[in-house]
Each structure stands twice: as C-alpha cells, then as structure tokens.
Design a protein around this ligand. Sequence first.
Ligand code: SF4
Length: 361
Amino acid sequence: MIRNEYARIIDELFPDANDPAVVDAPEEALVRLLESDDPDENALLFGRAAAVRDAHCGSRMVVRGLVEFSSYCRNTCFYCGLNRANRAAERYRLSADEILESARLVDGAGIRTIVLQSGEDGYDASELARAIRGIREHYDMAITLSVGERSREDYALWREAGADRFLLRVEAVDADLYRSLHEGRELSTRLECLETLRELGYQVGSGVMVGPPGQTTSHLARDIRFLASREFDMIGVGPFIPHPDTPFGGAKPGDVGLTLRVVALLRLVTRNAWLPATTALGSMDRDYRVDALKAGANVLMPNFSPVEVKKKYEIYPGKRCVTERTGACAGCTEGIARAAGLAIDWSRADSLKMERRLPAT
Ligand code: SF4
C-alpha cells in the first residue's frame, strides 16, 4: 500500500508530466524519495519518471558506440581500477588509426554517435585531434569525448577538430566527499573544466556515483539539485562497484535500488536530459539496464573497443560484455529496448536542451 505522504510529495513536486524542469526541488523531499525502498512507492516513482521521459524525449532509447582508447591514467581515484597506483592493471593505448578502425565498426552498426573515452592519460592532444578529424571526414556521426581534465587549449583544439560533446562526471558535488574519493584533487578544478567546455560550445554531460564510502542520501539529494541546476545535456549515474586492487576494495557496493531512484529523480527534475542505463548497472549481480530504462533512462552505450583490449579497461571488476566480439551488440541492444518497451533510435540524437540555450534572433 502506497503511503499517502510519499505520493503527496511526488504529486506536489512533479504534478504534470509536461511541466518544465524542476531545478529547486527541496533537499528534504528528495531525501525522502531516495530513502524509500518500498516496492509500491518505487513503482510509483519509476512510472512517473518513465511518463516524463516519454513526454519530453519520446518513448525511445538512443544508442551510442563506446570506444575506450586508453587505460593509462595519471590519477589515483580510490574507487577506480585504472588508478595509476594499481600495478596489476594492464595498460594499452590506441593510435588515431586504431580509433578510426573502431569508428568504422560503430558506423557499420548504424550508430551515429561515437564516445571516445580514456583514463586521464595525458594522451597526445594532436593525435586525438587527428582521430577526430578522421572520423569527421569518413563518417556521419556525432563525436563525444570523455577524457577528463585537460587545458582549455586542448578542449578548444578538439572542438575545432570536430568534437561535439564532452562527458565529465563530477562523481560528488560535496567538496569534502569529493576530496575523500580523489586523492590530491579538488572539485573546483572539475567545475572550472565544465564551465570551459560549455563556453567552447560543447554539449556537456556530467554525472555521479552512487554508494562510495562516506556518501549519504543528503549528498545525493544535493548532487541531484546540482545536476538539474546546471542543465547538463547528458547525465550518467552508476553504482559504486569495489575493485579489489584499490583502496576501496573492501567496501560495500552501491545499492542498485538507490541508483535506480537517483536515475528516476534525475528524469523528474531535468525532464529532457539524456540519461544512460550505464554499463555499471549492467554489471551487478544481474543486468539492471532494463530496470534503469523503465525508471526513466533513455540511452544505451554498447562497447566497440577492440576485443583484445576490452578486458583491460577495468574501472571496476565484472564489467559486462568484455568477452563479446566487438560490434556483436546489435541483437542485445534491440532486446534491451524491447524489454523496456521502447523504440530504438539509432540517430545522433543531439541535446534536447540546446534550443533553449541558443540566443534569440
Ligand atoms: S576514475 Fe578516471 S581519472 Fe580516476 S583513476 Fe579512474 S580513469 Fe583515472
């Protein structure tokens, strides 16, 4: 039986699926919605989020092809298997030509967005620009970068070369929590990078992790408020999964139900952001990506990294699909969309928030 208070909060905060974004949802109300694992209450929350997704984005799942082009990293994030202190990690770095070969596979699958992701490698900026230009020249697809904190010059070079979008997750917007997850790094630097990316005209994505040590539901409520207020074009959310070769190796994993509630609330507050059903959600005790889509998510990112390197990009253990033949995901992708009751959209699917940001003419 749904308790009236829970339904009342949802009705008051999100009365109509067609309403615009809600950037000022009170923290206490979000905490209340996050903390309930009552199945009836969660069903109400997820159903409302799916209705908002359908009203603002269409009843569809868009597809992005992910290419992880370097597993080198200069950072020591305590939760991540790629951190530079992990001597057990196997490292690889693809050349611009190898990235282009992966783009060919993404194109062959009919996908019109490629996501180029790496650790904070310090990868040669001009080599990445060469890969971006090559993709631009040969294929009709949007290019998303996810390579971490770099100089304004590098971001500008890649934008000029033809990159359209940039993903830079903050993971946590509380400065102390951020520091406790990222040795020697500051949230303010991350936020400056996000500002710079926006100024350079990228479609910008961010996101957070659910359940790392020290995080509370109040932290998550503030994360949700932050992500809504910045009008990010894409927002990725995944559960913390402990990697044995990291300082957080013995910690408890993030809670799946809580992660799904964060996804649903992000849908309710942002309305039309692209929200992926993340690979991390597909890599728990079972695959929860369909559950995420039923809770308001609307993006899937099959992996197109060369099969011989897929397993080496191990941010967390047990990652889904690392043994699949590269590009063998089309059938699986269709099955996931069908199970979630969504149509597949293979188009480049640019930001749905862009129009509002363009100056009036
Ligand atoms: S989370 Fe990113 S920046 Fe941090 S160690 Fe892992 S790959 Fe490097």
